[in-house]
Each structure stands twice: as C-alpha cells, then as structure tokens.
Design a protein around this ligand. Structure first.
Ligand code: 2PG
Ligand code: MG
Length: 427
C-alpha cells in the first residue's frame, strides 16, 4: 500500500509564459513522481477553480504561489505519512479537505498536480507504464491509440480575440482519418500544415501569425473562408478531403454568444439559425466533429443541434460539460451531445475524470481527450488518452514543444505497443 512521504511544489511557467503548478510526490519507498498542470484561456463557466494569487503587481494576478503553498502546507499535512490503497482514496482525501463544490479552497491546479504526481509515483513503484496505470484506474481494457485531431487554423480566444476583426470560431483541426498509425498521422498533418502556410503566404503576402497552440491565424474573411482554405491545403498536399483527411471544428461559441444571440463574423444568429448554419457546414465540408457548436448555457437547443449534425459529425461538448459528471448526466438525459471532450483540469482529480469517462462510455458516447491552450513540457496527457481509451486526442498544432512532448510520447507508446489507431470517427 503506497504511503506518501513528502510532497514538493513549485510555480513554473506554461506555454503562454503564465504561471502554473508543478508538484512532486515521494513515496516511503523513495520512488517519486512529478506532474505539471495546464491552463485554459477559453474556459467554461462550470470549470473547477484554478487558484490564482490575484496580486496585480505580479503576473497581473496570475501567480500560483497560493496554490503551491496549499500543496506544501494543507495538502501535505493531510496526506504525508498516510497510506492510500487507491487513487480514489487519495483523490477523495483531497476533495474532502477542499470541501467546496468547485475546488476554490485548495485550487484545482494544486489538487490535480498532486493527483497526477501520486499516480506517476505509484506507477513507477509498481513498474507499470503510466498508460497502463491510467487504464487500470479507468477500468479500461482498450488496446488502441487515439485518432489525432490537430489544430491547423485558429481564431478568437486563441488568436488575439475578435476585436481586431479576427475569426469567430476557435479552431479548425485536421483529422488524418485514413492514416493507420500515429507516425503516418503526423506526417500527413505536417504536409497539410506546410501547404497551408505556403498558401497563406501566397494569398496574404506574408506568412501567417501563429496562435496559442501553434495553429496558423491567417487574416481570412470569416469562418467559411478559413474552412475553405483548410480544404485547399489538403488538396494541394495531395490528399482527398473527407477520405484521407477530414475536419474537426471547435466553434467555442460561448465566446460569441450574448443575450440569446450568436455574433458570427458580424452576422447575428439566433440558436435555430446557428444550428442551421452548422448543419449546412457539415453537409458542405468533410467535417466529422463539431465542438461547442452552441453556448454552454444554451442547453435547450443542444438536442436539436445533435439531431442536425448526427449523420455527419460528432456533437462534442467542452464548455457545455466541463468534464463534470453532473453536467454530463444532464446532457445524456436530454440528448444534448454524443461525445465528451475530456480535460482533467476542468474537474481537478483523476478519479472524477475517470467517472466522467465512464458516464460517457456507458451512454455510448465517443471521447476526445484534450490538452489546454496553456500547456507545459509534461507529457502525461498522451498516457492518459491511451490509458483512458480515448477515441480522439486534441493536443494543438505540431510546431511547439509543449505540444510535441505529447505527440512524441504517443510515438513512443506506439513503438512500444504496436496498437492500432482507432477507426475513422463515425463516417
Ligand atoms: C478548448 C481548449 C483547447 P482552452 O477550447 O478546447 O483548444 O482551449 O484550453 O483555452 O480552453
Ligand atoms: Mg473547446
């Protein structure tokens, strides 16, 4: 039974240069594990609270010293010298100690860093790979690798917002559907990315800026032009859109929804018109997944969105669900979605994330395991996506080391296991 001897914690910086938390967990045996946690920019209102210092003189209030001190004091006092049979026991201890509904006492950043550091330490002690350990936590026996969904173009919150005329939707992603391996998927995506960058340079006179996750942020005239450009890049790269490579969209529509209307590239759409628009998009382009097509509090219209998309694409809930079992249950009961975007820092512990996964699986949903727009060089997400048996993984683009740490880890896991990439999503 693993006994925690000591916890360590420091503030480190994420890929946007903002503070985040790194924790270490040393077991009595001397074996240790470490983990850094990511941070979102386009966050859902129902996410667990990421504890920030609020001192405007330091990192404009974004410092994580309080979260670090919570690990070194309150959490250490509660767990050091104690044995925890399972991850569930440790996580429950953290949840009880926090005692709030959104982890605002200890901070989800502090709690998740400890939760994953403990998992890493236990996996190391038992000699298990981290993905096998995560599989055991989730009760998953799946022996597949997740299909990649890779950020090609970005808009809105990941590309400087829309005030300067930026595109409303957040991400246009490539899904290398016919690639049989992670290796082939990456080579396919790389080729389309290069052609897209060249196309942008030809069309706009200069290479495009890159967004937070390394996607290109070209000055296109709206969302539809951005999707068209993605299709053109695929064709130029020699792929057949819809056969070799498809598209996933993160509409992130909560961020352009106010007072019951969506402001999409200057147009004002009510919920029905927004659904109609997305329905037209999935009929026109090879789109296989639509994330947050409606806003997180537009619950009433989500079932109709799902009905409209279901012949073509997954109705994927991110801000809608926030990896929160209560919200997922509501979505299952009302038929609001058919796929879960799973981000462990939205809920704050591995055990609750595994509960979210189980709910989605029991309902027959697909699952996309996702990074955040602010990431670190830590690569546990790759092991999590494999261990949890994710159908898709969303890490961002293929140009920045915080993303590549995870892609490279997937390559290692592929080499080690030789497991196949899961089949084409739905179509
Ligand atoms: C999303 C994520 C990742 P963020 O909306 O799906 O792209 O963004 O981490 O900023 O919430
Ligand atoms: Mg999203």
């Amino acid at each position: 039974m693993p006994t925690i001897k000591q916890l360590t914690a420091i503030e480190v910086l994420d890929s946007r240069g903002r503070p985040t938390v790194k924790a270490g967990c040393v077991l009595d045996s001397g074996v240790a594990g470490e983990a850094s946690v990511p941070s979102g920019a386009s966050t859902g209102a129902a996410e667990a609270l990421e504890l920030r210092d609020g001192d405007r003189r330091r990192y404009r209030g974004l410092g994580c010293r309080k979260a670090v001190m919570n690990i070194l004091n309150a959490i250490s006092d509660a767990v050091c010298g104690r044995s925890f049979d399972t991850q569930g026991d440790l996580d429950q201890r953290l949840i009880d100690l926090d005692g709030t509904d959104n982890k605002r006492n200890l901070g989800a950043n502090a709690m998740l860093a400890v939760s994953i550091a403990f998992a890493r330490a236990v996996a190391a002690e038992t000699g298990e790979t981290l993905y096998a350990h995560f599989a055991r936590l989730a009760g998953s026996s799946t022996q597949t690798l997740p299909r990649l969904t890779v950020n090609l173009f970005s808009g809105n919150k990941h590309a400087g917002g829309t005030d300067g005329g930026g595109v409303a939707i957040q991400d246009v992603l490539l899904v290398p559907g016919s690639a049989a391996s992670i290796d082939e998927s990456l080579a396919t995506v790389w080729s389309v990315y290069q052609h897209a960058a060249e196309l942008c340079a030809e069309r706009f006179g200069s290479p495009p800026l890159t967004a937070d996750e390394g996607g290109l942020a070209p000055p296109v005239d709206g969302c539809e032009a951005m999707i068209d450009l993605a299709v053109e890049a695929m064709t130029r790269a020699g792929y057949e859109p819809g056969r070799n490579v498809a598209i996933a969209l993160d509409i992130a529509s909560s961020h352009f929804y106010r007072d019951g209307v969506y402001t999409l590239d200057g147009e004002t759409l009510d919920s029905e018109s927004m659904i109609e628009r997305l329905g037209a998009w999935v009929a026109r382009w090879p789109i296989v997944s639509v994330e947050d097509g409606l806003a997180e509090d537009d619950w009433e219209h989500w079932p109709s969105l799902r009905d409209t998309l279901s012949d073509h694409a997954l109705t994927l809930g991110d801000d809608l669900l926030c990896t929160n079992p209560a919200r997922i249950e509501r979505a299952i009961d009302t038929g609001a979605a058919d796929a879960l975007l799973l981000k462990v820092n939205q809920i704050g512990t591995l055990t609750e994330s595994a509960a979210a996964l189980k709910l989605a699986r029991d309902a027959g949903w697909q699952v996309t395991v996702s990074a955040r727009s602010g990431e670190t060089e830590d690569n546990w997400l790759a092991d999590l996506a494999v261990g949890f048996g994710g159908d898709q993984i969303k890490i961002g683009s293929i140009t920045q080391s915080e993303r590549l740490a995870k892609y490279n880890r997937l390559l290692e896991i592929e080499r080690e296991t030789d497991w196949p990439v899961v089949g084409w999503p739905r179509r």
